[in-house]
Ligand binder design. Structure first.
Ligand code: SAH
Length: 353
């Protein structure tokens, strides 16, 4: 039975489903989930992420975290962690670059939070010269200094959507229309957790809420405040979300999120305000466009060095990758980044408080 048929019979039996439950089924269903059944990243996959565009991304991120490790007195042993590592490309590039930092590889304990068994296999293969281990939840991070990166992780977490109706909210749900999956709205209800949004919204506005995101960051921040470390979070989104940002992508094209459950990537913009609210007791950086951050870390100089060894089509691809990562009309502005460090520690390179 396909995931679509499974969901249709579930809705027939139990009524309309919440969007977060729909997203979880589409992305992580053990048999049919998008991430559990395939490796969707890269030029031949459905979409391409920054570390898959160029090795420069992981190199610079790895060196930024290694600098934070040095700034904090090279704690040993320490954890180098990643949330949602995809194919493991970012971690591999980070480790290759930071191998030059004396003592780094000797003290590192690589920890990956990954929900998909299929992707864990790919990560194990990419990182086979290291000894990574996998955890199922952020609470399982070891109690030691933790330097962590997350790229396009928070946008993959399930959201709920609410449409304002007076001072109440109607939840967007997935039901059936002529036996086909269709969006509808639940009854108007008070939503005490959304009270703050009554101040900046009007009747009919749609807002999104990602319940999983802030607790993950809160746990991480408490860890880093206690044991030392730093985190770098990259994603697309804005300070406060307003409007429907649910997006389905298949074969590099946008598609209807209900059209083919389990066969398209589903994401939503990250609400950076909600994430940053969970950061104390750590100090956050300002939210910075990805392009600005990479330029500050010297991506242009790195690109020029790499270009010297390339020619023809490979050189063209390399030049295009640099542009794609940094140009304001490509990923440079759409993707934002912030870092966190313990109070009193130096901020990560390329970021400001
Ligand atoms: N960081 C990678 C991949 C981003 S895609 C890159 O930049 O290329 C999102 C990643 O998060 C995938 O590895 C996916 O399997 C993982 N993921 C999604 N939801 C998750 C969850 N709830 N818990 C753990 N990992 C999750």
């Amino acid at each position: 039975m396909s995931l679509r048929d499974l969901l249709i019979s579930q809705i027939r039996a139990q009524g309309p489903m919440r969007l977060d439950d729909y997203m979880t089924a589409c992305l992580l269903h053990p048999e049919h989930g998008y991430y559990t059944t395939r490796t969707p990243f890269g030029t031949s996959g459905d979409f391409i992420t920054a570390p898959e565009i160029s090795q420069m991304f992981g190199e610079l991120v790895g060196l930024a975290l290694a600098q934070a490790w040095l700034d904090q007195g090279s704690p040993a042993p320490f954890t180098l962690a990643e949330l949602g590592p995809g194919r493991g490309t970012l971690m591999a590039d980070m480790l290759r670059a930071s191998a030059r930092v004396p003592g780094f590889l000797k003290a590192v304990d690589i920890v990956l939070l990954e929900a998909s068994a299929a992707l864990r296999d790919v990560q194990a293969d990419t990182l086979k010269t290291y000894s990574p281990r996998w955890i199922d939840s952020i609470e399982a991070l070891p109690g030691q200094a933790t330097f962590l990166v997350a790229n396009e992780f928070f946008d993959a977490l399930p959201i709920r959507q609410f449409v304002r109706d007076g001072t109440r909210w109607r939840e967007r749900q997935i039901g059936l229309k002529d036996d086909v999956l269709a969006f509808g709205l639940g009854p108007a209800q008070p939503q005490p957790t959304l009270n703050e949004r009554l101040e900046d919204t009007q009747d009919g506005d749609l807002i999104e809420d990602c319940a999983m995101a802030a607790p993950i960051l809160a746990t991480l921040s408490a860890r880093i405040a206690t044991y030392g470390g730093a985190a770098l979070v990259f994603d697309y989104g804005d300070w406060r979300t307003l409007g429907d940002t649910l997006q389905a992508v298949q074969n590099h094209d946008k598609t209807d999120p209900l059209a083919d459950p389990g066969h398209a990537d589903l994401t939503a913009h990250v609400d950076f305000e909600a994430l940053l609210r969970a950061v104390p007791p750590c100090t956050p950086s300002r939210i910075t466009p990805q392009g600005v951050f990479l330029e500050r870390l010297g991506i242009t100089a790195r690109a020029q060095t790499l270009a010297q060894t390339l020619s023809g089509a490979a050189l063209e691809t390399h030049v295009a990758a640099h542009r794609r990562l940094t140009h304001p009309q490509e990923m440079g502005n759409l993707f934002k980044i912030f870092g966190i460090v313990p109070q009193g520690s130096a901020m990560l390179p390329g970021l400001e408080t």
